[in-house]
Design a protein around this ligand. Structure first.
Ligand code: HAM
Length: 422
């Protein structure tokens, strides 16, 4: 029996990688425009990092983490998101000493043991961005604009929903109001909500169960309980979004699945992915850096789900076929293959994409391979040609053929192949 990939872990096959690269390139380019720099952090951390930051009562920490003891018995976890690791690195390397706002992004795989379905995997990829050191609402709006711009540059659309979760000063009053509201509904709630109600009341609003959600529709709104500072902050975020002409909707039910958020939270939603509506999400976490042992600095970030962006791109018209490129060396016979391998090596050294046949196939079959690979030129090397010190160069676009002296400057051929189809 053959061994298959782990459930929820997906291969990204060669015919899919071009669109992935495009998403990654656009993402890097856009965040670069806003001054974000790349950071690469390990895919595994000590379990306590996630438990402490994402929150003990969240679905992620309670049910979804890939946690195991390593050979020394230390509890390690495959990262379920990027923020905790980036902040750990920020604190560990004292990156705050470099500039007032430290803007970092990372691209890579995350791991959550969720129920796999379209757009939901157990290994998935995020563009995760964090802006650390400023609490101004302009930054919040700018980050949402940046997320929207990544989508826009890919030709995609999503709607923006925003909320404010307040701060440690206004949260207790809201928690009290929420607890009072939940008091006479206790029996009707699911086990998770009953358990989380007392430990972390806000968490119940994130319950995925439709029965619980039906009750929560009447729940008090956090926006009615914001302290004056948080209310002003949220108002200014909305004004800044309006100034940038970015449409948004306020959704006071949005609590997000991670505990570290304070004040602004947001989600980019699409109806093209079935049940998986959020293509990206994020928010402010003003207490988190301190909580992880760092200085008392505010921060905000978001993550875009790359699988979801790729799926959304797939829903649109097929991309036009790429133009023909590169050279195929079709060598016939052992002696020709020897010459061919030398030529191929030198051409690759000059930046040319060169492929060849290794199986001693017929000319007809090698021409077919070149066609399938989308090669622009084929250099045919047969005994007859070699005896004359030549090859036959065939242009697969114009179907014209000419003899090519093997003693000629390779740089000329290299340039010709490289620039074809530009
Ligand atoms: P999140 O809402 O858990 O936030 O995930 C962000 C995005 O990652 C989601 O909107 C979705 O597009 C994608 N995503 C999440 N889980 C899966 C999955 N199982 N399969 C495919 N895609 C998925 C965070 O992770 C926060 N760290 C975002 C953040 C950064 N907040 C502040 N800074």
């Amino acid at each position: 029996m053959h061994i298959t990939a782990i459930k929820g872990f997906k291969d990204i096959l060669p015919d899919e990688t071009a669109v992935w690269r495009r998403v990654e390139t656009v993402a890097r380019e856009v965040v670069g425009r806003f001054g974000f720099q790349e950071i690469r952090v390990p895919i595994m951390e000590k379990t306590a990092l996630f438990a402490r930051s994402i929150g003990e009562t969240t679905d992620i920490v309670e049910k979804e983490m890939y946690t195991f003891a390593d050979r020394n018995g230390e509890s390690l976890t495959l990262r379920p998101e990027g923020t905790a690791s980036v902040l750990r690195a920020f604190v560990e390397h004292a990156l705050h000493s470099q500039q007032p706002v430290c803007k970092l992004f990372t691209l890579g795989p995350m791991f959550r043991h969720e129920r796999p379905q379209k757009g939901r995997l157990r290994q998935f990829h995020q563009l995760s961005v964090e802006a650390l050191g400023a609490d101004q609402p302009e930054l919040d709006a700018e980050l949402m604009a940046m997320a929207a711009m990544v989508l826009d540059e890919l030709g995609l659309r999503a709607s923006l929903e925003i909320n404010s979760l307040g701060c440690p000063r206004c949260r207790p009053a809201f928690n009290r109001a929420l607890l009072a509201f939940l008091e006479n509904k206790r029996e009707a709630l699911c086990d998770d909500c009953q358990r989380r109600r007392l430990k972390n009341p806000l968490r119940v609003l994130d319950c995925k169960g439709s029965a619980c959600q039906a009750h929560y529709r009447q729940a008090p709104s956090i926006l009615d309980h914001l302290c004056p500072d948080c209310a002003r902050h949220f108002e200014r975020v909305r004004d800044c979004l309006a100034a940038m002409a970015i449409p948004f909707k306020v959704n006071h039910f949005m609590v997000r699945g991670l505990d570290y958020y304070t004040r602004t939270t947001f989600e980019l939603l699409t109806d093209t992915l079935g049940a998986q509506g959020a293509v990206g999400a994020g928010g402010r976490y003003d207490g988190l850096i301190k909580q992880l042992g760092g200085p008392e600095l505010p921060g905000i970030g978001f993550a875009l789900g790359l699988e979801r962006l790729v799926l959304m791109l797939g829903e649109r018209e097929a991309e036009p076929a790429p133009s023909l490129s590169g050279l195929f060396v079709a060598a016939l016979g052992e002696q020709a293959r020897g010459v061919g391998i030398g030529l191929a090596h030198r051409l690759r050294g000059q930046g040319v994409k060169v492929t060849t046949d290794y199986a001693g196939a017929s000319l007809k079959s090698q021409m077919k391979q070149a066609g399938r690979q989308g090669c622009r030129y084929v250099l045919i090397l047969g005994d007859e040609e070699l005896a004359k010190g030549e090859g036959l160069l065939r242009d697969m676009a114009s179907r014209e053929q000419e003899s090519f002296p093997l003693s000629a400057e390779l740089a000329v051929l290299a340039r010709r192949v490289r620039t074809a189809g530009e």
